[in-house]
Design a protein around this ligand. Structure first.
Ligand code: HEM
Length: 527
């Protein structure tokens, strides 16, 4: 009898707690999504690998898009899902001071690699963003251009060599991953790594670790994005934001190469050298015009301690985020773009005509200049359109850092609440973009945001506001060079059209947007 009573009591307590947690939004006056599932809330599909990360959010958006914003639960954590471009703009730009952070797992002591620009918040983020901004000015990008062009040439030569040996089908996701890994390693460390021919290349192994995470790592990624406080609680059991292999390699490699440079007084023309300046003097030396560009950065703040130096751990953490940021996003952009170009040979032909016109008499990639690349306007539109249909980081996140009253209502978003913006779903909304699933680069011809029919933030592949992507220019340049390297010399088509439906199926264990199937495309040399 007592056991029965006790069981009933426990069930009642669990029921009441469940009810209490899952009515947070109603109690605060907001609408909320239906039927959160016990323990998992509204995203059980993610935990059971039933849908990709992006599809999960696209489906929620489709169901609730006529709410400007709506509450939901990821596990028991209340999350505000924002659908309306004007509210998006409010959060990312106009009222940024109430939403300065991302809900991310950071642990300086037990997991120093997690303390990078993407993850950290508050004053620490403000200072770091200010210090790192000179790394990404247009002047620095121009300085890096010859190195990046060299990587494009290596990609093209690899294809030419294999093609003359009879190989004409390549998995372009893998091929572009090799190219971006090669590129990012060169611009960070000035190391010419053999990512194309060496199957045991250590950098390629590390990048493969990001793009093909295990189910366990994917669950950890979900936790670290959606409910970082739970990850914090379990970090006493030694959970980390990356695998031990990646952590050890990055931390040890960076420490070793910095020491080597300091011992030998070697100065590289690369990111690492700029980070070493931040370690030794606390700031990066900039030219006058770069200062102007940097001062335009909205993160500028009066309270920045210019002299504060970065530690070795902080340098390694930034190397890590540049590597991940520069690798996976550009690989996805180039491979989805080529996927669409196989479907649309007419658009592919227009790009090739533009390449022929702009590159003119140049027969060698070394003769192609930075200015010529900047003149590839149609290719740029194709990249912008790819990023609309397939934004590699399909959801944006913010943490409310100061209680925020929603305009024209009495509703308050409480400090600590996570806010999610389903960028991919907004960018595929037929009420914003005409024929949204059609690849139409022309919509970017006269408009940097693709002529969307909405006010506010509706084109968000690089985010918006002071926390927008710091590497946007570099990411786009990397994608432009990679695509130009392929399309200048080759035409590309599906190897087997039946492999793909209307839209590529997406991987379910990947946080970034990635096709579930290899992109095996056939190349034919252009005459
Ligand atoms: C096509 C290429 C790329 C895409 C689509 C992309 C996309 C994004 C997006 C959506 C964000 C979040 C913005 C927000 O929350 O408002 C972001 C942030 C960031 N990205 Fe990128 N990215 C790309 C390339 C790069 C590259 C090349 C690097 C570095 C080498 C980089 C480094 C970062 C960093 C450090 C942040 C965090 C910025 C901050 O919080 O202050 N990204 N990126």
């Amino acid at each position: 009898m007592e056991v029965l009573l006790l069981t009933c009591l426990v069930i009642l307590i669990v029921y009441l707690l469940n009810h209490y947690y899952f009515t947070y939004w109603k109690r605060h006056g907001f609408c909320q999504m239906d039927s959160p599932m016990w323990l998992l809330g509204n995203i059980s599909d993610l935990f059971f690998f039933r849908k990709s990360f992006s599809n999960c959010f696209i489906d929620l958006y489709e169901k609730y898009k006529h709410h400007k914003y709506i509450g939901c639960y990821f596990t028991y954590k209340p999350i505000l899902f924002v659908n309306d471009p004007e509210v998006v703009q409010d959060i990312l730009v106009s009222n940024f001071s109430s939403f300065t952070d991302r809900p991310r797992f950071v642990d300086e002591v037990r997991d120093p690699i997690s303390t990078h620009l993407f993850n950290i918040g508050g004053q620490k983020w403000r200072e770091l963003r200010f210090k790192l901004s000179p790394t990404f000015t247009s002047g620095k990008l121009k300085g890096m251009f010859p190195i990046m062009r060299g990587c494009g040439k290596t990609l093209r030569d690899f294809m030419l060599k294999n093609n003359s040996n009879g190989k004409n089908v390549f998995n372009f996701i893998d091929l572009f991953a090799k190219y971006t890994t090669h590129n990012i390693v060169t611009v960070i460390f000035s190391i010419d790594s053999d990512t194309f021919d060496d199957p045991d290349n250590v950098f390629r192994k590390i990048s493969a670790n990001f793009s093909e995470p295990s189910k366990r790592q994917h669950i950890m990624d979900i936790f670290s994005f959606l409910v970082p406080n739970i990850l914090h609680a379990i970090s006493i059991f030694n959970f980390r934001s990356v695998t031990a292999n990646v952590n050890d390699f990055v931390m040890n490699f960076v420490a070793k190469i910095v020491k080597h440079r300091e011992d030998t007084k070697f100065q590289g023309n690369d990111f690492l050298q700029l980070l070493i300046q931040l370690k030794n003097q606390g700031y990066i030396l900039t030219k006058k015009n770069e200062e102007v560009e940097q001062n335009g950065d909205k993160t500028r703040s009066e309270n920045i301690n210019i002299m504060k130096k970065l530690t070795m751990d902080e340098i390694a953490a930034q190397v890590h985020v540049f590597f991940v940021g520069g690798f996976e996003t550009s690989t996805a952009t180039m491979s989805f773009c080529l996927f669409e170009l196989c479907r649309r040979p007419d658009i592919q032909k227009k790009i090739q005509e533009e390449l022929d016109n702009v590159f003119g008499a140049s027969t060698n990639f070394d003769d192609v200049t930075y200015e010529m690349f900047n003149n590839l306007k149609y290719l740029e539109c194709c990249i912008n359109e790819t990023l609309r249909l397939y934004p590699p980081l399909s959801i944006l996140f913010r943490t409310c850092t100061k209680d925020y009253k929603m305009p024209d209502t009495d509703l308050i978003i409480e400090k600590g609440t996570s806010v999610y913006i389903p960028a991919i779903a907004i960018q595929r909304d037929a009420e914003i973009f005409e024929n949204p699933l059609e690849f139409t680069p022309e919509r970017f011809m006269d408009s940097p945001t693709g002529n969307g029919k909405a006010n506010g933030g509706f084109y968000l592949p690089f985010g918006d506001g002071p926390r927008h992507c710091i590497g946007e220019r570099m990411g786009k340049m990397q994608a432009k060079i990679g695509l130009a390297s392929v399309l200048w010399k080759f035409s590309v088509e599906y190897n087997n059209k039946e492999d793909f439906g209307d839209m590529p199926e997406l991987q379910k264990t990947q946080f970034f947007l990635r096709s579930a199937k290899p992109f095996n495309f056939k190349i034919t040399p252009r005459i």
